[in-house]
Design a protein around this ligand. Structure first.
Ligand SMILES: NC(=O)c1ccc[n+]([C@@H]2O[C@H](COP(=O)([O-])OP(=O)(O)OC[C@H]3O[C@@H](n4cnc5c(N)ncnc54)[C@H](O)[C@@H]3O)[C@@H](O)[C@H]2O)c1
Length: 447
């Protein structure tokens, strides 16, 4: 769906009104296109002391061919318009070290380019060596979340916590956050742990992998199917028989496989496992199929309640359990849930939907530690307002508020959710598990 207001703000009259009336001024966000560099522009790197994490970050910047300088080299010249500011804060061992954040960012932040990136890398607070370090590291969250609300022109700010000795796992995550693939991911906190070191081709990270995508006929699911196929995966797309035509079109474009079924069917887990086995077993499972049936709880019928819980939560739970028990998920496999900011913040008229989507977060939290020693991972995205048929049905006034009440002042695109899922699915993200990442432009709703 097009955002007419955003289009209007790009016209001469729109510009005048935005300026004079102080209206929201959403900057069009560039999306990643095939063949483009991870980042196109200057990167400025800063750090608190010299750390192994800092060395890993600089090695990655060299690897992707980024033109970068360190703050120590005196880069804060007025002519510079850096595309990204990357700060290694893992060296902060006490709150005294937090001063370095202000020293680094204050002179540079105004110069950050359009759709710029700020990435702060910290040490996972709960894995800190001392209470003083834990306090300082936890403090970073307040810094990045506030800075996300201050930066303008489509820039984003995110915090990546890395576990001790996990700096070799940073690669896929930094590539994602530096690039236009993370255009609508803002104000997020990600945790990276240790994992197997997987060296794959960043141009086709999912080559040889088989990916199940439920609800693939349209909207976010279709974008996920296309994005995972772009990255080299063979996609098994699932949708209900009523949407067979749409599913066929999506699958034909990407040369994948289709499976028509209702994910709530009693035999759905077995049929999915069988179709996956025919393709050599599943490596990636994306539980995207979802429905809304909004009603205040006082007016909620039992069948309306059950329908939403069945599709959004019980089906992912049952399918995942069966795949794990039957060996339908290959070693190194990755399960990805699709939650929602409604599952974090709650929403008027959505007790059923928010329960199901909070349950998806529960699924991640329950399974991530249990799957870790089997080298399997589980994460979830929690989209905010994404421009799809689902949100096109939202009444105009609520839709307009949904679009604007975030730091980027616009709705996201299905591809923004899909790119985040592709980063989770990447075998090089072996250290990324147990995360729930909001794709919401730093929505004011919820955490
Ligand atoms: N659009 C948003 O702003 C938004 C925000 C937060 C979360 N989400 C979540 O993202 C996911 C996709 O949303 P969307 O906006 O693309 O929705 P959509 O309604 O456009 O598409 C959902 C797809 O899932 C399929 N589906 C529904 N029930 C199914 C079932 N029982 N079995 C198999 N397939 C089924 C539908 O046929 C459809 O093709 C959902 O889980 C939704 O809750 C969307």
């Amino acid at each position: 769906m097009t955002d007419r207001y955003q289009t209007f703000t790009r016209t001469p009259l729109g510009r005048t009104l935005v300026k004079n009336l102080g209206l929201p001024d959403p900057t069009p966000l560039p999306r990643w296109t095939e063949g483009s560099a991870v980042i196109d522009g200057q990167v400025v790197f800063g750090a608190i002391g010299e750390t192994d994490t800092g060395k890993a970050i600089q090695a990655l910047l060299r690897d992707i061919g980024a033109s970068f300088s360190t703050a120590a080299e005196g880069v804060a010249s007025s002519t510079l318009r850096p595309k990204a500011l990357v700060f290694d804060a893992t060296g902060a061992t006490s709150t005294a070290d937090l001063t370095s954040l202000q020293r680094f960012f204050s002179p540079l932040i105004r110069q950050l380019g359009t759709a710029g990136r700020v990435i702060v890398v910290g040490r996972t607070p709960e894995l800190s060596a001392t209470p003083e370090q834990q306090i300082a590291q936890r403090a970073l969250e307040g810094f990045t979340r506030s800075l996300g609300k201050e930066v303008k022109r489509g820039a984003t700010v995110n915090l990546v916590y890395v576990a001790p000795d996990a700096q070799d796992q940073l690669d896929s995550t930094l590539r994602f956050f530096l690039s236009a693939k993370s255009a609508y991911v803002d104000g997020q906190v990600v945790r990276i742990g240790t994992g197997q070191l997987v060296g794959n081709d960043p141009a086709a990270p999912l080559a040889g992998k088989v990916a199940l995508v439920t609800g693939a006929a349209r909207g976010i699911g279709a974008a996920i199917a296309q994005t995972l196929a772009r990255d080299g995966a063979t996609v098994l797309g699932v949708d209900v028989p009523q949407n067979a035509n749409d599913l066929r079109k999506v699958i034909a474009k990407i040369g994948g496989n289709e499976l028509l079924l209702d994910v709530t069917a009693i035999d759905a887990p077995q049929r999915i496992a069988a179709a996956g086995a025919d393709l050599g077993g599943l490596d990636i499972v994306v539980h995207n199929a979802g429905i809304t049936r909004d009603k205040r709880l006082a007016n909620m019928r039992t069948d309306t309640w059950d329908a939403v819980l069945d599709v959004n939560l019980r089906a992912p739970e049952r399918i995942t359990a069966h795949l794990l028990e039957s060996g339908g998920l290959n070693e190194g496999g990755s399960v990805i849930g699709v939650s929602s900011i409604a599952g974090i913040a709650g929403n008027n008229g959505q007790t059923n939907y928010a329960t199901s989507k909070a349950g998806v977060i529960g699924l991640v939290q329950a399974l991530a530690p249990r799957l870790a020693d089997r080298q399997l991972r589980i994460n979830a995205v929690a989209p905010g307002f994404i421009e799809t048929e689902m949100t096109a049905r939202v009444p105009f006034a609520i839709r307009e508020i949904g679009r604007r009440v975030n730091s980027l002042q616009q709705g996201g695109q299905p591809v923004d959710v899909a790119e985040t899922i592709a980063w989770f699915a990447d075998p090089a993200s072996a250290g990324v598990t147990g995360n729930v990442v909001r794709v919401c432009g730093q929505s004011m709703l919820g955490a």
